[in-house]
Ligand binder design. Structure first.
Ligand code: PGA
Ligand code: ZN
Length: 392
């Protein structure tokens, strides 16, 4: 029998090739041009991530349009949707890639919210409070793969410890502007990198010194070392230093102590579960030692990390694992083991704000982003809206 309701659904959902903030190809999914979802992409990518589009975005879009969308119902229970999606997209989304699968997974969630006339966060968080808004970890000074300069550290981040969300945003912006002012005062030329972070040609010491000097009160510094990018054949090539693991760990410890870092991401390379555990052992009581490339939002890798006590923080990026249900499984496991989840943007972003909604919906204590550029501030503005709604 011809089923008109199903037919309407099939015709209403479409995917398109679009461009992200770096003008790289990615995917937008839409339902009747009323509900939208877009996927991001990374540059400093972990080996174990789901690839964005194994055969290119054009083929992925065609595959979705012909082989995936016609077989799916939208606006249904998220777990059921994602499990059907994975069957059609290949195990671990190997046929479609994450650009298609994440866009469709988010679209399903957004259609559910649309049908129920709710915000995405309200689908998960039944009693939302403004205390559920995350602390921000704002990328403010850039290096590594995101920047053409001489700093091997990928990101110098700042976080405000104020209770009130709007004050946290103000502190983050004040930090950014104060770094700009300090560079201007020294007549040092700077620009912006892929994530809108300040890019100048200082080494790691100059960069961290400026950051330390520019901090507002109640403010702490963090770092994403993204150490995969300077690791080769068992050695760390950090600026002009070449170090074996032992020497390198001592060096990292000295940087953490000297700059009073409170958040330390991927200090060691993606397979170093044991070396990372040494840092947790030394600093884990007061600081967050966080895995990004180490875990790639993968539940099996997180289990390995739990067994080895490799981290007390985990970066959460839905496109590393391909859909929202698998992402939530990782968040839930991390929380149950006292590991702090940090939901994060990618360097190639769109104006999709789902991660901001999920931060409140899933009660994730930190959101990593940057406060500059439309594709990044859109997440903060979404949180500001939620903050205002919850403050009434
Ligand atoms: P990416 O970097 O989005 O380029 O992978 C971000 C990160 O390493 O945290
Ligand atoms: Zn990272």
């Amino acid at each position: 029998m011809f089923d008109i309701t199903k037919m309407v659904k099939i015709m209403a959902v479409k995917v398109y090739k679009i461009y992200d903030s770096r003008a790289s190809e990615t995917v937008l999914a839409t339902y009747n041009n009323l509900v939208f979802a877009q996927s991001p992409s990374g540059k400093s990518v972990g080996t174990y991530e789901v690839p964005v589009a194994p055969e290119g975005v054009d083929k992925a879009v065609l595959f979705a349009q012909k082989k995936v969308i016609p077989k799916l119902d939208f606006g249904i229970n998220q777990k059921d949707f994602d499990s059907e999606l994975e069957k059609l997209c290949g195990e671990n989304f190997s046929k479609s890639g994450s650009a298609v699968s994440v866009a469709l997974s988010i679209l399903n969630l957004r259609i559910s919210a649309y049908d129920k006339k709710k915000s995405v966060y309200e689908l998960y968080n039944k009693n939302p409070k403004k205390e559920d808004l995350p602390c921000l970890l704002s990328n403010t000074i850039g290096g590594g793969l995101h920047t053409q300069n001489k700093m091997p550290i990928q990101e110098i981040l700042g976080t405000s410890k104020q209770n009130d969300f709007s004050k946290r945003v103000k502190d983050g912006i004040q930090f950014y502007k104060s770094v700009e002012k300090n560079l201007n005062d020294k007549k040092i030329f700077f620009g912006k990198n892929d994530e809108g972070a300040i890019a100048f040609n200082g080494d790691y010491k100059e960069s961290l010194d400026i950051a330390l000097k520019s901090r507002p009160n109640n403010f702490e510094l963090g770092v994403d070392f993204a150490s995969n990018s300077y690791y080769k054949n068992g050695k760390y090539f950090f600026g002009n230093k070449k170090m074996n693991e032992r020497k390198y760990l001592k060096f990292i410890e000295s940087v953490i102590e000297k700059y009073k870092l409170f958040f330390v991401e991927d200090p060691v390379t993606e397979n170093s579960f044991e070396a990372s555990a040494e840092l947790v052992d030394k600093f884990g009581k007061e600081k967050i030692i966080c895995g990004d490339d180490l875990f790639v939002t993968n539940v099996e890798r997180l289990k390995e990390g739990i067994k080895n006590k490799s981290a007390n923080g985990i970066i959460i990026k839905p496109n590393q694992i391909g859909c929202l249900s698998k992402t939530k499984e990782v968040v839930d496991l991390a929380k149950s083991k006292g590991i702090t989840p940090v939901i994060s943007h990618r360097s190639g972003e769109t104006c999709d704000t789902t991660i901001a909604q999920l931060a409140v919906g899933w009660k994730i204590p930190y959101l990593k982003e940057s406060l500059m550029n439309g594709e990044r501030i859109s997440k903060i503005n979404e949180l500001t809206m939620i903050y205002n709604d919850l403050s009434k």
